[in-house]
Ligand binder design. Structure first.
Ligand SMILES: [Zn+2]
Ligand SMILES: [Zn+2]
Length: 191
């Protein structure tokens, strides 16, 4: 079985962190990596010990929720708190960083920013990254990563695909094709 690629592994970690976000306007996760080791992670949430958007609603000023510390910032601050150098490291974020985070990432010495989705990419942030010689690269998470029983899933999906093929109508065959591709099932015969 093929091993998961590093960039998929780190991006998966950021997506997992995003699930811990306490602001539902946007759930973001960030993972700081140095020499292929995760050194910090963060998600957007309230200041420690304060109220959460998910409980109290967002605190919106000028269309932005001001309650949360952004994921990238939380990851950097975790490094500051525990004295971990960020110089020359990389960050994996689920969304393109906002202008404030962009500036913080540059100052912290991050050299590569991998992001899964574009998000209101600020032209000034794009310029600042370029000016600082920081590489930005879109890395979409394309693997179904967190499945604790992958073999069971594949066995089940193979049965489902067989049934769909037997049904034989266009929609079923299309679904079968999607399942084969998504779950990386062996082609028993050409669909
Ligand atoms: Zn909020
Ligand atoms: Zn931000």
């Amino acid at each position: 079985m093929e091993r998961i690629a590093w960039n998929q592994y780190f991006m998966a970690q950021s997506h997992l962190l995003a699930l811990r976000s306490t602001c539902q306007r946007l759930m973001v996760g960030a993972t700081i990596v140095r020499d292929k080791r995760i050194i910090a992670g963060g998600y957007n949430g309230s200041v420690t010990g304060s109220k959460h958007c998910v409980d109290e609603g967002c605190y919106v000023i000028d269309g932005h929720c001001v309650r949360t510390v952004h994921a990238e910032m939380n990851a950097l601050l975790q490094c500051a708190k525990f004295g971990v150098p960020t110089e020359g490291s990389e960050i994996y974020v689920t969304h393109f960083p906002c202008l404030q985070c962009c500036k913080a990432l540059i100052q912290a010495g991050i050299k590569t920013v991998y992001y899964a989705s574009d998000y209101k990419n600020h032209p000034y942030a794009v310029d600042l990254f370029a000016e600082a010689g920081i590489r930005t690269e879109q890395v979409a998470l394309d693997a179904v990563v967190v499945d604790t029983k992958p073999q069971e899933t594949r066995d089940l999906m193979e049965k489902v695909v067989d049934k769909l093929k037997q049904a034989g109508d266009t929609e079923s065959l299309q679904l079968a094709e999607e399942a084969v591709s998504r779950y990386q099932l062996p082609y028993k015969e050409q669909l």
